[in-house]
Design a protein around this ligand. Structure first.
Ligand code: SF4
Length: 417
C-alpha cells in the first residue's frame, strides 16, 4: 500500500483521540538540528473534516488485538487496515516538518501483537527522530495500555508529552465495553510516568545535565456518553487523576457512534454542549478551588446544559453570597459568576489603591449581567437585590447568541465566567 493511502487511513483513525493539544514546551534548536518548539505551545486544530492542521496526528497502525466496543479500530471492526513501518513514519514526519506543514508528531497506535511490542516500535520512531535526525519539534506519544514501566521510562526520554488514556469514567464501564483494560493498569502507567517526571525534575535542580523526561507532562482522555455514567462520575475520576498523578489535562471526548457498533452503545453522540460543560467544570477544579462534588448534586448528577457550572453552583449556594468585591479573599472572589482568574487578580491589585465600583468592573470587562446579583461594590449595586429573586435563574440564562463582529471578538475578555 502507498504511504499516501496509509496516511489517509491512519490519520483518519487517529482523530478519535482528543488527548493531544497545545504543548507549552520550549525546545531550542541545536547545532546541526532542525526546528524548535515555542513556549507558547504547539496548537493544533481540526478542520471540519477532522484533519489535524499543525501536528501530524497519526497511528502507527490501526490493527489491534483488543476489542474495545467503543473503538473503530477494535479487532472485530470491519475497517480498512494499514500499518506504517518505522522508516515510513520517520520519513513522513521529517518531510512534513521541513515543508512547514506540522510542528510536531502525535503518535498513537492499535496494539500489534503485545502492548510492549507496540510501545517499542513507537519509541523507536521517536528515538530515530531525535537521535538520527536531531528533530527538535514536539513529540507526543501514547502510552499503550499494558506496556511495561521500563518502556514508559524510555518513551519519556524522547517524548515531550505522554498520555495513558483512562478511556471510561468507571471500572464498571470498562468491564462492560473494554474487559481487557482496568483502571488499575492504566493508573499504574500514569503513576510510573508521574514518579519519573517528579524524580527528573528534582535531579535537574542539582544536576542540569540530567536528561529531560516528558517535560510537557502527561495527559489523558475520557470518553463521554458511551455509557450512562454521569458527569458526577466523570468529574470524580478526573479529580482523582489530577490529585494522584499530576496530570496536565484531562480531555473529554464525546463518544462518536461507529458503524456496526456494539448494540449496548448509544446511537447518537451526546450533545457537544455536554463536553463544553465538562471542560468548564474541569477549569473550576483546576484553577478556581472547586471540589468535584460541589459541581453536581445527588438529585442532578449531570451538569446543567443551559448554564455554566459556576453559575449553577452560585444559584444553589445563595447563602454564600453576596461577596464583597472590596474585602473578600481571593478564593471567594473566584466563586463569583463572571469573574475569571485574571480579573480576580486585577481586582486584588487594585484594592489597596481604590474602592472598586461597578464602573471599575465594567472597565475590567466583567460580565455585569452575571456578576451583579452576587456582589457588593463600593457604590450602590442595586442588582444584588436579585439574589433572592425566584426568577434569577431565568434572568441568568444566556441571551440568544448573535454573531459577534471581528472587532467585538478582538476586544472580548478571554475569561467569560
Ligand atoms: S486497545 Fe486501543 S486501539 Fe485497540 S481496540 Fe482498544 S481503544 Fe481501540
Amino acid at each position: 500500500m502507498e504511504i499516501r493511502s496509509k496516511l489517509s487511513i491512519l490519520a483518519d483513525a487517529a482523530k478519535y483521540d482528543a488527548s493531544c493539544s497545545s504543548s507549552g514546551i520550549q525546545r531550542k534548536n541545536v547545532p546541526g538540528g532542525l526546528g524548535n518548539s515555542e513556549g507558547m505551545g504547539i496548537c493544533h486544530s481540526y478542520t471540519p473534516d477532522g484533519r489535524c492542521i499543525s501536528l501530524l496526528k497519526v497511528l502507527l497502525t490501526n490493527f489491534c488485538v483488543f476489542d474495545c466496543s467503543y473503538c473503530i479500530n477494535r479487532i472485530s471492526s470491519d475497517v480498512k487496515r494499514a500499518r506504517f513501518t518505522i522508516e515510513e513514519l520517520v520519513w513522513l514526519t521529517m518531510e512534513f516538518y521541513k515543508r512547514n506543514y506540522i510542528e510536531g508528531l502525535f503518535l498513537s497506535s492499535g496494539v500489534m501483537k503485545t502492548p510492549d511490542h507496540t510501545m517499542e516500535e513507537m519509541i523507536e520512531v521517536a528515538r530515530r527522530l531525535r537521535v538520527d535526525h536531531k528533530f527538535q519539534g514536539y513529540i507526543h506519544l501514547k502510552a499503550v495500555a499494558g506496556a511495561s514501566a521500563e518502556l514508559l521510562q524510555k518513551a519519556g526520554l524522547w517524548a515531550d508529552r505522554l498520555s495513558a488514556n483512562i478511556e471510561l469514567p468507571k471500572q464498571d464501564d470498562l468491564d462492560k465495553l473494554a474487559p481487557a483494560k482496568t483502571h488499575e493498569q492504566i493508573e499504574s502507567a500514569m503513576d510510573s510516568i508521574a514518579t519519573k517526571i517528579a524524580e527528573v525534575k528534582e535531579d535537574r535542580k542539582t544536576l542540569k545535565s540530567t536528561p529531560a523526561f516528558a517535560p510537557s507532562g502527561q495527559t489523558t482522555q475520557m470518553i463521554v456518553g458511551a455509557t450512562p455514567s454521569s458527569d458526577a462520575d466523570i468529574l470524580a475520576t478526573a479529580s482523582h487523576l489530577y490529585e494522584g498523578f499530576s496530570l496536565k489535562r484531562v480531555y473529554y471526548s464525546a463518544f462518536s457512534p461507529i458503524p456496526s457498533g456494539d448494540p449496548r452503545l448509544p446511537l447518537q453522540k451526546p450533545p457537544l454542549v455536554r463536553e463544553n460543560r465538562l471542560y468548564q467544570a474541569d477549569w473550576l477544579l483546576r484553577f478556581y478551588g472547586f471540589r468535584h462534588h460541589e459541581l453536581t448534586t445527588t438529585d442532578t448528577p449531570n451538569l446543567d446544559l443551559h448554564l455554566d457550572p459556576k453559575t449553577s453552583w452560585a444559584l444553589r449556594s445563595r447563602n454564600f453570597f453576596p461577596v464583597d468585591i472590596n474585602r473578600a479573599p481571593r478564593e471567594d472572589l473566584l466563586r463569583v459568576p463572571g469573574l475569571g482568574v485574571r480579573t480576580v487578580d486585577r481586582i486584588l491589585k487594585m484594592r489597596p489603591h481604590r474602592s472598586i465600583t461597578l464602573a471599575d468592573l465594567a472597565k475590567l470587562r466583567v460580565s455585569l449581567d452575571k456578576a451583579r446579583p452576587f456582589i457588593l461594590t463600593a457604590d450602590k449595586n442595586t442588582g444584588v437585590t436579585l439574589l433572592d429573586d425566584q426568577n434569577l435563574e431565568a434572568q441568568l440564562l444566556p441571551k440568544k447568541p448573535k454573531q459577534p463582529t471581528l472587532f467585538e471578538l478582538m476586544g472580548e475578555s478571554a475569561e467569560g465566567w
